[in-house]
Design a binder for this molecule. Structure first.
Ligand code: UDP
Length: 458
């Protein structure tokens, strides 16, 4: 990817939290800033860099340490231990990197950092840099966490207290991020999402991976509270519509080895709109019983399905499932998800509703069946079904498991039902709005131009 112009100043470090769902959008931010003429450097942890499958990417990469260079998070005693050590060692090594860049003739002007790592702003400010957190989740979800941070939403919620928060539709307990609705679950992650707001008073910008038109009231409310907030999403490679430049269909850095050609060759043999694509992202671990219900539910739909089952999940597949469904299904360990979603054979996406997956489906016009698992996914699923009307949310039955009949009902409704037709029309409407937001002069593109101009001409 070529830059349009090159400025003399404006070296930006871009620091993601080291999981796939954070590396992808922040790498894309880095590429987009490079395209706008800035020098950008992606900063990853050494541990994640060592385990990445790398395509050729157009930005420089430098590493810092999370304190677990050999194995990363998996080597930590607990989530809390990992986050504490990352803060301590990450702050030191980030400071060293900033000094090193200066002595090698590339002084840093700005740090765009994952909002899950608020300590990075303190490092940026200690060097007098412009600091800009990037929120990788929706404005709606950030609004909820902000209310918790301010003590305006009591956690954990109980069944009787459906929330009515400004800028948001009424949200039942099942629509809330899991850290809020489930008592005591993942206290360290809960603290992390609330702490995103701990030091924002000193920030220069707040960047969010969404677009104005997708979350009108949510963005409006947050911008009134945080006038420096700008939407710059969806940060997805295929969204860059400048026809003079050839863009990748992949983000470029994968923590998992992709079965790309197997997926695409298989999809090429299927009729338009006939395939159900199924993925639960990079982290979610399904209950064994849920895997079984999902598998047999997919089989009952009679559609072809392409199902991503990560190697850590594969033992949970029902006995002989692969053999018994080989006429209909392909199971892979990791897919080139953007290419899959953009493939004309795909008619429906059964998803955990991670924010990237949700935005990718919205941006590529693919109807969804949401089976949210944890964190922000329930809220995203609520928006998919009731706000944007681009999909259905499968309802769990007893024990919190979505049964096979429900999987079949939702998939058939999308693939064959009347509601599916309306959902497909809505999906195309949102796809076009997403493209417009990212296209030259669109709402997200203008916001990024403003960010670049302030940095370069300040
Ligand atoms: N992804 C992929 N191949 C897969 C599954 C997921 O490339 O087989 C990518 C997907 O496109 C998305 C990211 O991994 O960009 C997952 O992020 P998301 O926020 O959806 O979920 P998380 O993994 O954070 O739960």
């Amino acid at each position: 990817m070529e830059g349009k112009r090159a400025y003399n100043r404006g070296h930006v470090l871009v620091l993601p939290y080291p999981t796939q769902g954070h590396i992808n959008p922040l790498l894309q931010v880095a590429k987009r800033l490079a395209f706008k003429g800035l020098k950008t450097t992606l900063v990853t942890t050494l541990s994640s860099w060592r385990s990445m499958y790398t395509e050729s990417i157009s930005v420089d990469v430098q590493t810092i340490s999370d304190g677990y260079d050999d194995g990363g998070f998996l080597k930590a005693e607990s989530i809390e231990a990992y986050l504490n050590r990352f803060k301590e060692v990450g702050s030191q090594t980030l400071a060293e990197l900033i000094k090193k860049q200066k002595s090698s003739g590339h002084p840093v002007d700005c740090l765009v950092y994952d909002s899950f790592l608020p300590w990075a702003l303190d490092v940026a400010k200690s060097f007098g840099l412009v600091g800009a957190p990037f929120f990788t989740q929706s404005c709606a979800v950030e609004n909820i966490y902000y209310h918790v941070h301010q003590g305006l939403l009591t956690v954990p919620m109980t069944e009787t207290t459906a929330a009515s928060l400004p800028g948001l539709p009424p949200l039942d307990i099942m629509d809330m991020p899991s850290f809020i609705s489930v008592s005591g679950s993942y206290p360290s992650y809960f603290a992390m999402v609330v702490n995103q707001f701990s030091n924002l008073e000193t920030t220069d910008w707040i960047l969010v991976n969404t677009f104005q038109e997708l979350e009108v009231e949510e963005v409006d409310w947050m911008t009134r509270r945080w006038p420096l907030l700008r939407t710059i999403g969806p940060t997805i490679p295929s969204m860059y519509m400048d026809k003079r430049v050839t863009y990748d269909m992949d983000y470029g850095l994968n923590l998992f080895k992709s079965d790309g050609s197997a997926c695409l060759n298989w999809l090429n043999k299927r009729a338009a709109g006939s395939v159900v694509y199924v993925s639960f992202g990079s982290l979610a671990a399904l209950e064994v019983e849920q895997m079984e219900e999902l598998g047999w539910g997919l089989r009952r739909t009679n559609s072809h399905f392409l199902w991503v089952v990560r190697s850590s999940e594969v033992d949970k597949l029902p006995n002989k499932f692969i053999e018994e469904t080989s006429d209909k299904g392909l199971i892979v360990a990791w897919s080139p998800q953007l290419e899959v979603l953009a493939h004309q054979a795909v008619g429906c996406f059964v998803t955990h509703c991670g924010w990237n997956s949700t935005l990718e489906a919205v941006s590529l016009g693919v109807p969804m069946v949401g089976i949210p698992q944890w964190t922000d996914q329930p809220t995203n699923a609520k928006y998919v079904e009731d706000v944007w009307e681009v999909g259905l949310r499968a309802r769990p039955g007893e024990k919190g498991i979505v049964c096979r009949e429900e999987v079949e009902r939702c998939v058939r409704e999308i693939m064959e039902g009347e509601r599916g037709e309306q959902i497909r029309k809505n999906a195309i409407k949102w796809r076009n709005l997403a493209k417009e937001a990212m296209d030259e002069g669109g709402s997200s593109d203008k916001n990024l131009d403003e960010f670049v101009a302030k940095l370069v001409f300040k």
